[in-house]
Ligand binder design. Structure first.
Ligand code: UT7
Length: 345
């Protein structure tokens, strides 16, 4: 008798079928930054955990990194670009003000049948996109999707401001999403925003409210402005809260978590959030020592490295959490399965 894999009617899981990542080849160390601003390797490492970051070279743009990461995710998932229904790019440093960088990626990877759109949720963009694309797959509206977080914030950083320029790096991370058996893939999310805090992290000029003028450019108003301590305090609280809420929606507790994959902004924020959930450090993934804060790319780059290092196994429960300008934040609980059939791959 033929054995069929059944999903309860209308209920299937949305899972990650493949991962990819791309970072520029140019490495900028803390020692290199000592030549640019009044800082030290000691200050940067003890306050943030960052040792070096990758910075895009001339002619290297967000869409290039995103395209590379998407191609890898497709090949890892063994999915043809022509079968992709949705390309969702989380970025706040797209190649152009518009159209969406996702459209450039869609064309370059050959996903002619896909709808394509960008999400602007800063460093939380990827976790937002994962939830949204996952929900579309769960309803059946989309069969296969690419979600890519890609940013080149080095182009928006004020290289005379030591309190911010040491923090960021460039990169892209992507996942290919598709159907997995019910009970696998995305199991619960908790997303949020607090627009009253938009002034804590923003680029003031260059939009319609404050069009660029020579004066504004001279004042670096087209560059990233951040109230670091405000963001820090908020991030510690919101990371813990959103993870607990997402776990609760998945019917789980922190004890069920095999690997915590947080936004890589500051190792002290990550440690504080992990402590709130009483997670031992073996279950916390960090790689910001090598990449800094790559904004929307940080969570998918961390996921990709964790998978490639063999730290994610079939059935493992992952918590992916991010926060960023807006303020925006969100956590996704994922039970790992890359198989569409019996979950054995
Ligand atoms: O994706 C979301 C993005 N943002 C974040 O997650 C950022 C969250 N915030 C943070 O990670 C931290 O607040 C920072 C790393 C940005 C700053 O660390 P901090 O421990 O909050 O330092 P601080 O702002 O309180 O500054 C302490 C001192 C100041 O000097 P004084 O006033 O005490 O003399 C700063 O001027 O450190 C000084 N400082 C630096 N010194 C050397 C600030 N940046 C630097 C630097 N090198 N790069």
């Amino acid at each position: 008798m033929t054995k069929h894999v059944h999903h309860r009617s209308g209920v299937c899981g949305a899972g990650i079928l493949g991962v990819g990542m791309a970072v520029p080849s140019q490495v900028v160390t803390n020692a290199d930054l000592e030549q640019i601003v009044d800082t030290s390797d000691e200050w940067i490492f003890t306050r943030t955990g960052i040792r070096e970051r990758r910075i895009a070279g001339p002619g290297e743009y967000t869409s290039d990194l995103a395209t590379d990461a998407c191609r890898q995710a497709l090949s890892d998932a063994e999915v043809d670009a022509k079968d992709i229904d949705l390309v969702l790019c989380a970025t706040t440093s797209g190649d152009h003000l518009w159209p969406a960088t996702a459209c450039l990626v869609q064309d370059r990877i050959g996903a002619q049948g896909a709808q394509a759109v960008d999400i602007s949720a800063a460093c939380a963009g990827f976790v937002y996109g994962l939830q949204m694309a996952g929900a579309l797959i769960q309803t059946g509206a989309v069969r296969k999707a690419l979600v890519v977080g890609a940013d080149t914030l080095s182009r928006h950083v004020d290289w005379t401001d030591r309190s911010t320029c040491v923090l960021f790096g460039d990169g892209a991370g992507a996942v290919a999403l598709g159907q997995v058996p019910a009970g696998y893939g995305l199991l619960g999310s908790a997303m949020g925003a607090d627009g009253s805090r938009f002034g804590d992290l923003l680029i003031p000029a260059g939009g319609t409210r404050m069009p660029l003028t020579p004066e504004l450019l001279a004042e670096h108003k087209d560059k990233l402005l951040m109230h670091g301590q405000e963001v820090f305090k908020f991030a510690v609280r919101i990371m813990g809260e959103s993870c607990l809420a997402a776990l609760d929606r998945a019917g789980m507790t922190p004890d069920d978590v095999n690997l915590f994959i947080p936004h890589q902004a500051n190792v002290r924020i990550i440690r504080a959030a992990a402590e709130r959930m009483r997670l031992p450090k073996e279950r916390v993934f960090t790689n910001l020592d090598r990449y800094g804060n790559t904004s929307a790319a940080s969570v998918p780059i961390a996921l990709c490295e964790a998978v490639r290092m063999g730290r994610v196994r079939q059935n493992d429960v992952l918590v992916l959490v991010g926060f960023g300008a807006g303020m925006t934040w969100g956590a996704n609980v994922v039970r790992w399965s890359r198989a569409e059939g019996d979950g054995s791959r």
